[in-house]
Design a protein around this ligand. Structure first.
Ligand SMILES: *Cc1c(COP(=O)(O)O)cnc(C)c1O
Length: 433
């Protein structure tokens, strides 16, 4: 009797299977070959028969070359850090596709010469913040702070309130980030109260700049006191304000969130912000300030290491000039409309109830703001099954139920949501119920 292991089909023979040949065109030869190798190995180990190798390889093919999966965010957290923060608008997605090939990002088609990189996005940013004398874009807000410290405070002091020495997530702390440039942090005031004289006493010949950080992800209540931008602007040092969330102008739903236009109007010399929080765009660090300061930042040798990709510039421009972003839609959706959608969904889903719930702004800021919302509630066991579906749906566990909060689900995703829940209750009734 021949050893079945010797009958394991060869790779080149398997690659002529039409299903694997087609997969080679979309997924690439290396990926398909590695899937084939796994199936062959299982046959050699006796887990499957040699005749099953092709079918097993086909079944194991990934659906796409990218391992990232699109997810429906039904958590009710508008800017969800673990789900990639701001989802891009359809206009921004189109812009990314447009810019993905050869593009005139740094080229003037009229003259045939080199042009200012990303001038479209930079122009849109300047128009959006009328109080800015100059604008610049880097990789993220952390990079914006890094470039600011490297340019304005090498070997010097950054004066910052103790109440604003924040950790921004995943163990990253703004003071440590700034100190990594060789600047020194000069802490002033106390955790809950800092006064103008604390700053004034600390400012001297070693001061690089005064930094005001918006504590986006927490708030202190009770006996507190902080110094506002207009007062800090009167001090004898450049004033840098990290607003965090990236609002360019005041937002009606988030009256306490700082915005770039107002911060500059009140006297900030430089403002830094993220592009993928409340602005609802791609990951980016936005810098607004006087023309002179922005120019110094742009010319710093390290600026090149922090510059953004053409895809980011394209998405940012579309975010700024295009229709409202998904983040903006989620923030301003009327709860009555969300409830109506929840009723329509629940009517199609056995075991689902309509619930009123409370959504949050999320990693983007406004920790004290709650957004009234509505959704459907399902048995708790749905949570894991929905996460394992296609597309995965991530809900929120609340009082022993799995709540799908519609504030963070676009109306265009409702049909997908119904399909996902239905598939989950059909495929594994026991696990789901
Ligand atoms: C989020 C945040 C940062 C970090 O921004 P990234 O764009 O994630 O680098 C810095 N400062 C504040 C106040 C923030 O809220």
């Amino acid at each position: 009797m021949t050893d079945p292991r010797r009958r394991v089909p060869r790779t080149d023979a398997l690659l002529t299977d039409p299903r694997l040949a087609e997969a080679e065109r979309t997924l690439g030869r290396a990926l398909v070959k590695s899937v084939i190798a796994d199936a062959q190995q299982r046959a050699r180990a006796g887990d499957i028969t040699p005749e099953q190798v092709a079918d097993h390889a086909v079944a194991a093919l990934p659906s796409a070359v990218v391992s990232l999966q699109p997810v429906i965010n039904a958590t009710g957290v508008v800017v969800h850090t673990n789900l990639g923060r701001a989802p891009l608008s359809a206009a921004a997605v189109d812009a990314v596709i447009t810019a993905s090939g050869a593009t005139d990002v740094e080229f003037d088609l009229a003259t045939g010469r080199r042009a200012r990189r990303g001038r479209g996005a930079l122009g849109a940013l300047a128009r959006a913040v009328s109080t800015a004398g100059g604008v610049h874009v880097v990789n993220n807000n952390a990079a914006a702070l890094l470039l600011t410290a490297m340019t304005l405070a090498p070997g010097r002091e950054i004066v910052v309130s103790r109440g604003e020495l924040i950790e921004i997530g995943d163990g990253f702390r703004i003071p440590e980030l700034l100190e990594s440039t060789g600047a020194r942090i000069r802490e002033v005031g106390t955790t809950n109260r800092t006064h103008l004289r604390d700053y004034a006493d600390a400012i001297g010949p070693d001061t690089g700049f005064v930094l005001k950080v918006h504590p986006s992800n927490y708030y202190v209540s009770g006996f507190t006191s902080a110094v506002g931008i207009p007062d800090l602007a009167r001090l004898d040092a450049p004033l840098v304000v990290d607003i965090g969330s990236g609002l360019l102008t005041p937002h009606p739903v988030l009256p306490d969130e700082p915005d770039a236009t107002s911060a500059l109007r009140h006297g900030a010399d430089l403002v830094t912000a993220s592009g993928d929080k409340l602005l609802g765009g791609p990951q980016a660090g936005l810098l607004f300030g006087t023309a002179e300061l922005i120019d110094r930042l742009r010319r710093h040798p390290a600026a090149r290491a922090l510059r953004v990709d053409k895809l980011t510039l394209a998405a940012l421009e579309a975010t700024l000039v295009g229709p409202p972003t998904p983040v903006q839609e989620a923030l301003t959706a009327h709860v009555a409309d969300l409830r109506e959608r929840a009723q329509r969904l629940a009517a199609q889903l056995p075991g689902a109830d309509v619930v009123d719930c409370v959504a949050a702004v999320g990693g983007g800021g406004a920790p004290d703001v709650t957004l009234p919302s509505a959704g459907v509630s399902l048995p708790e066991s749905y949570a894991a099954a929905l996460r394992g579906g296609t597309p995965p749906v991530v809900g929120r566990l609340e009082a022993g139920r799995c709540v799908l909060d519609l504030r963070t689900v676009g109306p265009e995703q409702d049909a997908q949501l119904v399909e996902a829940v239905t598939a989950c209750s059909r495929s594994d009734r026991d696990a789901c119920m």
